[in-house]
Design a protein around this ligand. Sequence first.
Ligand SMILES: Cc1cc2nc3c(=O)[nH]c(=O)nc-3n(C[C@H](O)[C@H](O)[C@H](O)COP(=O)(O)OP(=O)(O)OC[C@H]3O[C@@H](n4cnc5c(N)ncnc54)[C@H](O)[C@@H]3O)c2cc1C
Length: 428
Amino acid sequence: MICLEIIESNQYNRNMEYDVIVIGGGPAGASSAYHCSKLGLKTILLEKQVQSRDKPCGGALSDRCLPLLGENARNAINCRIEELRVYSPDLKSFRFVKNQGSFVLRRVFDQALVRDAQNAGTDIRYETKAISIILTLGGMYTVDVISAGQKEQAVTGRFVILACGLQDNRLIKHIKDKNGNYLQAICPQNEKDYLAICMNSESEIDNNLLNDSESGFTPKTLGIFFGAVPNGYGWCFTKDGYINIGVGCTASLLNQVKIKNAYDSFLNTLRVAHIIPQGLVLNSPRVYPLPFKHTARETVFGNILLVGDAAGFVSPVTGEGIYYSIKSGQLAAESIFNNIKHNLSLSLYQQKWKKAFGYDLNFWGFNLRNTIYKTKERMEFAVRLACIDLSARKRVSEMIMGKRNYKKTILSSLLILPQCILKFFYKK
Ligand SMILES: Cc1cc2nc3c(=O)[nH]c(=O)nc-3n(C[C@H](O)[C@H](O)[C@H](O)COP(=O)(O)OP(=O)(O)OC[C@H]3O[C@@H](n4cnc5c(N)ncnc54)[C@H](O)[C@@H]3O)c2cc1C
């Protein structure tokens, strides 16, 4: 486990000196490294897993990511999403057909993101785990690493970007401030309230099986099933030759829900509704946590910046995290560059992500999530309202696909709410 305790020392090896050390090779780390290198900063990325690592994920990518990607990542997109299907707990559904968003396979996409960083000039070290960050008296950070169980030469840098996702984030709270107090970066008092727990599997599928199915699910469909689990949703993404199925809900409900039972029962629902073929063989599902409530209060500690899941940058409504990881990586890189070149405060990073997406997630997204997910009846009502009104469908679909932020969705939906409710009761 990484120990992110900072201790004062004046010993470090000058041979391995960088402007920026990035810890973690997921979307947040790779994007940070890519943008740092593009800005001319000497950067190294440390990733503890192998190059072909695979992250449990739905792999839906909103279009706002595209301008932030390098060439390899853009070419690694599996397919465009052709249609969105949204289901209520009682399986009342609507379709929204518009070429919007893409699907990626994470084991392919993440490697491509890292390759873009490498092409921009970043030194990449796979199978290299950061185990401690030491603040030297000269103001540099020394990161101790192990590779294949062996302690290796430490890496030294002026800035550290922590992009270690949720796996090592619990230890982030071991960072001490200058008074020796532990900084509670994320994961406040009750971790379970803060996290969502997801279970998913990704498997190959013959597209013809979907074309023949009664449900009319196309091989490039993003299907969301509200209420498949209490306080959460299930998904079925068909990614042109692959199928990704999963469920996610607040971790504090885990005892009640038993995530594996919820996953099995969701699979059964999909089979009974003929959305997936009866005999389809799926790979074993994997469980993974996801930050699901608020972003971190603090994301800058000295010259250490938090990005991506490590900073809690995930939508509390949809669980989308790839965009926020990639965007925060870009903002962190720019903030470091401006600190070095123009002496601007590093805390501008905090202001920038709040402006770019933080207020939207923490206020509008958080309130929307609390309103919609509270009960099955509310989820049912919301989807049924959208079913009967095209402009409501458009708003919900564009929000899910990351085209409309939560503030815009909520405010514009309030305007059409009376007409939707009238239509709803008239139809009844
Ligand atoms: C089941 C599931 C489905 C999801 N579906 C979607 C989706 O469809 N669309 C979407 O946008 N988001 C989705 N998300 C969220 C998305 O996966 C995350 O938000 C995103 O992966 C976060 O990227 P990251 O780089 O911050 O962290 P990660 O992708 O978790 O990467 C962190 C990396 O850091 C490495 N690391 C950790 N500790 C160390 C260390 N000490 N030294 C070196 N390396 C270290 C890890 O090995 C890992 O590779 C989903 C999440 C889950 C769990």
